[in-house]
Ligand binder design. Structure first.
Ligand code: MGD
Ligand code: MGD
Ligand code: SF4
Ligand code: MO
Length: 864
């Protein structure tokens, strides 16, 4: 056993502390860090199973020029030369970096400094544009600086928690557990989301709002507060500047009935929300992508902040608007100025700021104006205005809106560099140079979480192959481009000190982001840094980082929402699954995580499905003016009529369908440039197939060439779900060599085939035209085990009980097992289920699902 290393989770913005212990060459044991204030030892399913993702499978281990391995020196020379040449011929704005909230602060700082201070362009944007930029723009408008005015402790002190456009139970599970604990102690939970998510399912009140009508709702709430004497006039006069026309503008159409109509909500539910709000001054309103990823994201953010400012519910324990961040270092990226619209260290492009940062960096060519934001940036690539592009730690060929156009842009770009940890991604296919980056567990530096807490990520594994940390890669390129003295870094601590110095440089309280206490941090102290929050209890004094020290109310109004068009009658919503992370380059490696949702599904209301001829588990094509893709249909009463939901996780690497990125429009919020991923006019139609089947193999086979083929990692092998037309016999060619046993049922058009090697099951292919397919679980367990013709039954002799889909990953407990135990043992709480089956007692991510099963049992018992 190696030594214990205290680090931070690779995934979401909750920023949980982890204690990682190396147990082998490429093996770590993961535990929650009981001392970390963000999680006090808890981890969700993704964090818990990080150990399954640190193998070297699929890793990029050497620099590559085209398809050839190259030395670091050659690859970096080429990158430096091509960028230098392009700049010399076409000017600094002909090159760009597209980076990510999954870089560490030190990586981010160096990339930003190189582009904005030395190349002399601000064409560096980050995937945070797709994620947090409306929150950033909203904070700037309201507070004068991008400061999140809340901490997780506020959740422990709140009496009312309102979640707007946030599926917290799935996307920020450890924060969600904290919210549940507070609710168990009496606080109320309201969830505002068009879908009935697992988060909404557990709320005291769920408002299934019409997509895009959040401003109407918040303005209605504000009007209710005003009529009921809840406006904090003292706070407003001391701390907030109110535009003259503010009350007239936000008051328009804000009576209960108009709001109920605009939001398509029952007036009684709306009234209940308003009354809960009125009764509980200690309110935290937490929001994420349902608010940010909208064509009116910034206005929606300000509508929420307005309510908190006007009622004085900010800067006090348990009262705040709380934008929760997505990626592990979304916040660090905002601190270094990784967005094209900000400069560095919370400074912008005002002449003073540009001059100050230029002095500090001793920069030869400062960028003097904002650069291109992500959507415009890729458009410029497509139009040939950007001729050299460097993508780091993000997969835009999947995650950008209208990803088909982004792929075309990458294909025509004369020079594309991709730094990634994975060799083959949908983006790296277009790279002229691929650079192997160090992955989580191998890299050192800092990240900042949603509550402004800076924590260390520390290495626990050795760098594999020739992989290098991102800061090192950028530093070397900067040096080779000729800026040796400005980029002298040998270790992350040096970069962190410089970043801290810049934050404090000529900052006489003008910027809250100020790390002056870290300026002199020594290398050893940096190694041992404990998690700390910058900015403290920001706004507790009622002073804001604006010229007059006051916050601003912003007069935002709901705009009219377009009726669906005949050709595109549905509204497409996109988002996340509990156990997958983005384009699955990591979570896709974990057999356990794959089991929660193993295929890309489109959720459809049963009423719509009946009208459109869609049945549960069939296939359907979702199309929009931008593109189309096939998904597995799942009927869900949690969907509103006319709305569809699809996940964002599937790529060319795992499937033929589920390519969500092709569907959204490349339209953006006018203030932030954030795309409106959550509402796209769309259509859906059934896809008929002649046969269905699956292929299970001990190791990966060539991607099957049929209409539907999805691949997931399972214990001991890989599972492909398949469907298509014509003769499925073509699939035989994919099977490994070995002893073949086969069974045919001509009546149903079924064929079952197993390949044995040394008497052990190496692969199985089950296909049918009309018959049933067996549950995959038993066959998965047979991979590598001794097998004979009986394996073709697809189930053990005297079939053992079917446990149903796995609910609890940690203890491997199936849905049917839980349902049976709840009914037969009369279990009425998650704790009781835990005591009986252990389910839900480790990471806790499945606790909402268990609660739902208990609830279902209760209502069937009542109904019966
Ligand atoms: N499991 C998992 N967790 C993650 C991630 C992951 O990939 N997987 N990614 C991380 C990242 S980067 C991010 S940004 C966060 C995102 O975390 P969330 O924002 O919680 O996740 P999403 O699923 O994108 O969207 C949230 C909800 O917004 C709702 N919504 C859609 N339209 C509207 C609307 O008009 N109004 C309102 N009020 N709601 C609406 C959707 O129905 C959806 O349930 O998750 C982080 N955590
Ligand atoms: N339709 C739709 N689209 C969306 C969203 C949505 O809700 N709907 N959400 C958007 C949001 S909020 C986000 S944050 C984005 C996320 O989208 P992406 O950023 O494109 O998704 P990831 O899969 O996280 O990509 C990270 C890449 O970096 C690599 N990587 C991991 N660690 C490192 C490292 O340390 N160094 C380097 N160099 N590479 C590394 C991974 O292998 C992976 O290829 O998607 C956005 N796109
Ligand atoms: S909530 Fe889960 S994914 Fe997010 S940081 Fe914590 S353990 Fe990691
Ligand atoms: Mo995100």
């Amino acid at each position: 056993m190696g030594e214990q290393v205290r680090t931070t989770c690779a995934y979401c913005g909750v920023g949980c502390g982890i204690v990682a212990t190396r147990t082998g060459e490429r093996a770590v044991e993961i535990k929650g860090d009981a001392q970390h204030p963000a999680n006090h030892g808890r981890l969700c399913s993704k964090g818990t199973h990080l150990g399954e993702t640190v193998g070297l499978e699929g890793r990029l281990l050497h620099p590559m020029i085209g398809k050839r391995q190259a030395s670091w020196d050659k690859a970096l020379d080429l990158v430096a030369k091509r960028f230098r040449q392009t700049i010399a011929e076409h000017g600094p704005d002909s090159v760009a970096f597209y980076v990510s909230g999954q870089l560490l602060t030190e990586d981010y700082y160096v990339a930003n400094k190189l582009m904005k201070g030395f190349i002399g362009s601000a064409n560096i944007d980050t995937n945070s544009r797709l994620c947090m930029s409306s929150a950033v723009a909203g904070h700037m408008r309201a507070f004068g600086e991008d400061v999140v005015p809340a901490s997780y402790d506020d959740l422990d002190a709140a009496d009312l928690i309102v979640l707007v456009g946030s599926n917290t139970a799935w996307c920020h599970p450890v924060v969600y557990q904290r919210i549940r604990a507070r609710c168990d102690a009496g606080a109320k939970l309201v969830v505002i989301d068009p879908r009935r998510t697992e988060t909404a399912d557990e709320a005291d009140l769920h408002l299934a709002i019409k997509p895009g009508s959040d401003v109407a709702l918040m303005n209605g709430l504000l009007a209710h507060c005003r009529t009921n004497g809840l406006i904090d006039e003292t706070y407003l006069s001391r701390s907030v500047s109110v535009p003259d026309d503010f009350w007239d503008k936000v008051g328009e159409g804000s009576d209960l009935w108009s709001v109920a109509k605009a939001c398509d909500l029952p007036p009684a539910d709306l009234r209940r929300f308003f009354e809960l709000f009125a009764a509980n001054p200690r309110t935290v309103t937490m929001f994420s992508q349902g608010v940010n990823q909208s064509l009116r994201g910034t206005d929606q953010v300000n509508a929420i902040i307005n309510v908190h400012l006007a009622t004085g519910r900010i800067g006090k324990p348990g009262a705040a608007p709380f934008s929760i961040t997505g990626q592990p270092n979304a916040m660090g990226g905002r601190e270094v100025g990784g967005l094209a619209s900000t400069l560095a260290a919370h400074m912008g492009f005002a002449a003073d700021d540009v001059a100050r940062v230029g002095r500090f960096w001793a920069a030869p060519t400062m960028a003097a104006k904002p650069g291109l934001k992500a959507v415009d940036l890729f458009r410029a690539v497509g139009e040939g205005r950007i001729k050299a592009l460097w993508v780091m730690a993000t997969n835009p060929a999947v995650s950008m809106p209208d990803a088909g156009r982004v792929r075309e842009a990458l294909a025509v770009c004369p020079f594309v560099v991709v730094s990634d940890v994975i060799a083959e991604t949908d983006t790296s296919k277009f790279a002229h140079v691929r650079l192997p980056a160090a992955a989580w567990g191998e890299k050192d530096g800092t990240v900042t979480n949603s509550e402004r807490r800076i924590s260390r990520q520390r290495a626990v594994l050795d760098l594999p192959g020739e992989a290098k940390p991102d800061w090192w890669i950028v530093t070397k390129v900067a040096q080779k481009m000729g800026w040796r003295t400005a980029f002298p870094y040998d270790r992350p601590a040096e970069i962190f000190r410089e970043h801290a110095r810049l934050s404090a440089y000529q900052n006489h309280g003008a910027r809250l982001f100020d790390l002056r206490e870290q300026v002199v941090i020594g290398n050893e102290a940096y190694e041992n840094i404990e998690p700390f929050r910058w900015g403290g209890d920001a706004f507790a004094e009622g002073r804001f980082p604006t010229a007059d020290g006051k916050a601003r109310l912003v007069a935002v109004q709901q705009i009219a929402l377009q009726d669906p068009l005949p050709k595109w009658p549905m509204t497409l919503n996109t988002g996340r699954y509990r156990d997958h992370w983005h384009t699955m380059t990591r979570t896709g490696l974990s057999p356990k995580l794959a089991r929660h949702r193993d295929e890309p599904m489109v959720e459809v209301h049963p009423g719509d499905a009946a009208e459109l001829g869609l049945t549960d588990r069939s296939l359907a094509r979702v199309s929009t003016p931008q593109g189309e893709s096939v998904f597995r249909v799942i009927l869900s009463t949690g969907q509103r009529r006319g709305e569809l939901f699809v996940p964002i996780h599937w790529t060319d690497q795992q499937s033929t369908g589920g390519r969500t990125g092709l569907l959204p429009r490349p339209l953006v919020d006018p203030h932030s440039g954030q795309p409106g991923f959550k509402s796209t006019p769309a259509a859906i139609a059934p896809v008929a197939v002649e046969w269905r089947g699956f292929l299970l193999a001990a190791s990966e086979v060539k991607q099957p060439d049929c209409l539907w083929a999805t691949r997931v990692r399972v214990a001991g092998g890989v599972l492909y779900e398949l469907a298509g037309d014509g003769d499925p016999a073509q699939l035989d060619a994919l099977l490994p060599k070995g002893e073949r046993i086969e069974a045919l049922d001509r009546a149903r058009g079924s064929r079952r085939l197993a390949i044995l090697k040394d008497g052990k099951l190496a692969a199985a292919l089950f296909v049918t035209r009309e018959g049933l397919l067996p549950s995959r679980d038993w066959l998965i367990a047979q991979i590598g085990a001794a097998a004979g013709p009986a394996v073709l039954a697809g189930a053990p002799p005297g079939a053992r009980e079917d446990r149903g889909p796995i609910v609890c990953l940690c203890f491997d407990v199936g849905l049917k097992t839980i349902v049976q135990a709840v009914a037969s043992q009369q279990l009425t709480s998650v704790e009781a289920v835990g005591a009986a089956l252990s389910a839900g007692t480790n990471c806790g991510s499945c606790r909402p699902a268990i609660r739902r099963l208990i609830e279902q049992n209760r209502s069937t018992a009542h109904a019966g």
